[in-house]
Design a protein around this ligand. Structure first.
Ligand SMILES: *Cc1c(COP(=O)(O)O)cnc(C)c1O
Length: 427
């Protein structure tokens, strides 16, 4: 088998290939542990599909109002069983993760209520949803106030601060699992469980919502297993398995999810409407594939962490830390290195491999942003992608890969571009 040659034909030099193999040799046990989680989660998904008697009937397209949509309703039962919740809302009409979170929040907060984030600043797009940055139709405009308790300097929860922030108006607690574009660690499901137990011990009727983006199937349990009333995410990330072309999900208590359905469609209509337009095969098959796809993405993240840490760069999480999402940050320390890294990721893509990513002034950011992605589904970040703002510490956020082999190629190509440009030395 001429492995080195096929890589060389794609542009990876023997020296870079060899460097990668050296690093990989030390990762066998970690990869085995990831495979075991995937195996467990695969069984969980198959079990839910069997229990709910998924059949060809579930894959039929519906149009118009979509009344009695068997496939849609059954998929929601499958999600509810995998996440161990009473109810689920899984819809192509939920356009993205931000939309899913917006539906969950606005359905469960009424004028005069307060939203609390006990984990610091939320994801960028939620700042406008909440009204932290003034925005049309924000929760703030509808009379919902917001309070935030930052993490302690050691990234731990500020238990006293959280206790003090909970008041008679506090209604929903929002907990973001993944670090997003921050440098704090991602929370484990166990940590999220502790936090939920704590806030509910202070005020039992609080509704706890977890932003689960990038976290699904990374562990064998989900936030819904540790007390979350709503667990929310995007189908063009982990649970869509790379096959879902759009969509979002909310799983949780019947009471909360019902409210979300009324907010998404209309009071009185709720979950009864919403045609599937032929998307069900992709949703079912993507969910079926998701545990394996997530495993591949995790292996890619760990490979990248080990390569770049060995080269002397700071990586978050570091090479040995346990993982709770699929994101890998690499602090490259210069704009040139960021560009070269992203060029390599782009050059490894099955789609748009011939284009060269350029930094551009993206709305909502105070510096130019560079993005590399060559995806089958536009903007899908379960597919191999990298991005980051061109500013100190010049960090790229790397994620995804529908297969481990593609993730591996992407990382080797990123290293190749850095090596060719003389921006790293391979020991
Ligand atoms: C991706 C993401 C979202 C929502 O993103 P969309 O681009 O709207 O799908 C929200 N929170 C976190 C932590 C995310 O990673």
């Amino acid at each position: 088998m001429q492995m080195e040659e096929i890589y060389q034909s794609l542009g990876v030099s023997p020296r870079v290939y060899e460097y990668g193999e050296e690093v990989l040799a030390g990762l066998k046990e970690r990869f085995e542990a990831i495979d075991r989680v995937a195996e467990y989660n695969q069984a969980k998904v198959i079990g839910a599909m069997q229990k709910n008697r998924v059949s060809a009937q579930c894959f039929a397209a519906t149009t118009g109002y979509g009344y009695d949509d068997v496939g849609r309703d059954n998929l929601e039962r499958v999600y509810a069983d995998v996440f161990h919740t009473e109810a689920a809302l899984v819809r192509p009409q939920i356009t993205c993760g931000t939309h899913a979170l917006t539906v969950a929040l606005s359905a469960n907060l009424l004028p005069g209520d307060e939203l609390l984030s006990p984990v610091g600043r939320p994801y960028d797009t939620l700042e406008e949803v909440i009204g932290i940055r003034p925005s049309t139709c924000s929760l703030k405009e509808y009379g919902v106030s917001y309070r935030q308790v930052d993490l302690l300097p050691d990234n731990g929860f500020d238990w006293d601060g959280i206790r003090a922030a909970i008041n008679e108006r506090t209604k929903v607690v929002t907990i973001q699992r993944s670090k997003g574009y921050q440098t704090r660690p991602t929370f484990s499901v166990g940590q999220i469980g502790e936090l939920i137990a704590f806030v509910k011990s202070i005020k039992p009727d609080l509704v706890c919502m977890v932003d689960n983006c990038y976290g699904e199937f990374v562990e064998t349990i989900e936030p819904s297993d540790v007390g979350a009333d709503m667990t929310v995410g995007s189908l063009i990330k982990n649970p869509g398995g790379g096959l879902a072309p759009i969509g979002g999900y909310i799983v949780g208590t019947k009471r909360c999810v019902e409210r979300c359905a009324y907010r998404l469609s209309a009071p009185g209509l709720g979950q009864e409407v919403g045609a599937n337009l032929g998307i069900m095969p992709a949703f079912y098959q993507g969910f079926f594939m998701a545990p394996t796809v997530v495993a591949g993405a995790l292996k890619g993240a760990i490979f990248a962490a080990n390569i770049y840490e060995k080269l002397g760069f700071r990586v978050v999480p570091n090479s040995t830390e346990s993982r709770h999402d699929i994101i890998q940050a690499v602090e490259l320390g210069s704009p040139e290195r960021m560009l070269a890294f992203c060029e390599g990721i782009q050059a490894a893509a099955p789609v748009d491999s011939y284009v060269r990513p350029e930094p551009w002034p993206m709305p909502g950011y105070d510096s130019d942003v560079i993005m590399a992605a060559g995806a089958f589904v536009q903007g899908s970040s379960i597919e191999l992608s990298a991005d980051g703002p061109i500013r100190e510490p010049y960090a790229v956020y790397f994620q995804g890969g529908l297969t481990w082999y593609h993730a591996k190629l992407g990382i080797l190509m990123s290293l190749q571009k850095l090596y060719e440009a003389g921006l790293v030395e391979l020991g």
